[in-house]
Write a protein that binds this ligand. Structure first.
Ligand code: ASP
Length: 355
């Protein structure tokens, strides 16, 4: 990395951090604030703290309130992501998630429970709207970590989950439009002339620390739209889509899962924090690793990825961060100052992104 880019990174990241964190003076004014922890020059950070992708704004508040009332961190953040999973308007996850190439919704999810050092995951799950809860059921009721495909579905039904058609009329129409544009020489007629459907990503990740410093993480998704049937993204992969170590912190991701899987990015972020990096720096350093591990076909002529990837991080001490390859992403956070969306730190300005 050149010196000038290092300077740029430091400046942009510091600006975001300054906006994101309370000063000592601000923090001392908060009445009844739970478990404020002094960190010297870095200011005061509060626990509990819940961070998520921006679509988790409603969820972080639900999770924060539940944790403040004494709920387990994993139960609370799963309640938080359930809101999006059950929302048919969120086309990135659960009910109403965009389908695969064949018009079938296949869901991925994973979770980790810090205090008990357990993990659960499901991949390519069909017909069950809340894969996060199925992942937790794998964790709670089996000796395994991951179940996939039709057997994951069968397991969910055995555990009492209800099946339903997850394709909504809206996502069915989007799939039809995508299919009509796929190949000008196939037998499908043009669907309409004005909708530009691209490969789409979208997911919800949520991570939390409670007042005692216990942590959990969860990620749930319908994965990349129009994917090859059977494709697993990063979300169900422990260490990629999310990771949690109760002695250090938790991290998770949204964006191009294939890039994340190759770098075990959520694990890497936690490891960088274990080595002493702040959440923001750990995430930015990991994004640099992602760029370094990107194959040539996915880089523009300036060596920048043609995709985006975001990380959401919370440290055991209550510090938190969101970070993205490109400028403009936000993340949801809730602590004693209430739910809000903050700017992600980033490696590249959006204007520099290739068209
Ligand atoms: N990471 C998800 C995946 O690759 C998609 C996303 O976050 O948008 O399946």
């Amino acid at each position: 990395m050149s010196t000038s880019r290092r300077d740029f990174l430091a400046t942009s990241a510091a600006a975001v951090a300054a906006a994101a964190l309370p000063t000592d003076a601000q923090a001392s004014r908060l009445e009844g604030a739970p478990a404020l922890i002094g960190l010297g020059e870095s200011g005061l950070r509060a626990r509990p703290c819940v961070v998520a992708s921006a679509n988790g704004l409603r969820g972080v508040e639900v999770a924060y309130n539940q944790i403040s009332a004494g709920a387990d961190t994993l139960d609370a953040i799963i309640a938080g992501v359930n809101i999006q999973e059950l929302d048919p308007e969120d086309t990135s996850v659960g009910l109403g998630g965009l389908p695969n190439r064949d018009g079938v919704v296949q869901l991925d999810a994973s979770c980790m429970h810090g205090p008990t050092k357990r993990a659960g995951a499901v991949g390519c799950l069909e017909d069950i709207a809340t894969p996060s809860l199925v992942a937790k059921a794998v964790m709670d009721y089996t000796d395994h970590v991951m179940l996939v495909g039709q057997d994951a579905r069968r397991f969910a039904i055995e555990m009492g989950f209800q099946t339903q058609n997850l394709l909504t009329e809206k996502t069915r129409q989007e799939w039809l439009r995508w299919r009509a544009r796929l190949n000008p020489n196939d037998s499908f007629l043009d669907y309409d002339g004005n909708v530009d459907i691209k490969f789409t990503t979208g997911t919800i990740n949520m991570n939390a620390v409670n007042a005692a410093g216990d942590l959990s993480s969860v990620t749930t998704t319908s994965g990349m739209a129009w994917k090859v049937p059977g494709r697993l993204g990063d979300s169900p992969i422990v260490g990629a889509g999310q990771y949690c170590d109760n002695t250090v912190g938790a991290a998770g991701s949204t964006g191009r899962g294939e890039a994340n899987i190759k770098t075990c990015a959520s694990y890497q972020i936690v490891e960088f924090m274990r080595g002493g990096l702040a959440p923001r720096d750990a995430a930015l350093r990991t994004l640099e690793r992602v760029v370094a591990m990107t194959e040539r076909r996915l880089l523009d002529d300036r060596g920048r990825p043609k995709f985006d990837l975001q990380f959401y991080v919370v440290h055991k001490d209550g510090r938190y961060a969101g970070a993205s390859l490109y400028e403009g992403a936000g993340f949801a956070v809730c602590d004693e100052r209430g739910p809000r969306v903050e700017h992600c730190a980033f490696l590249y300005r959006r204007t520099e992104r290739p068209r």
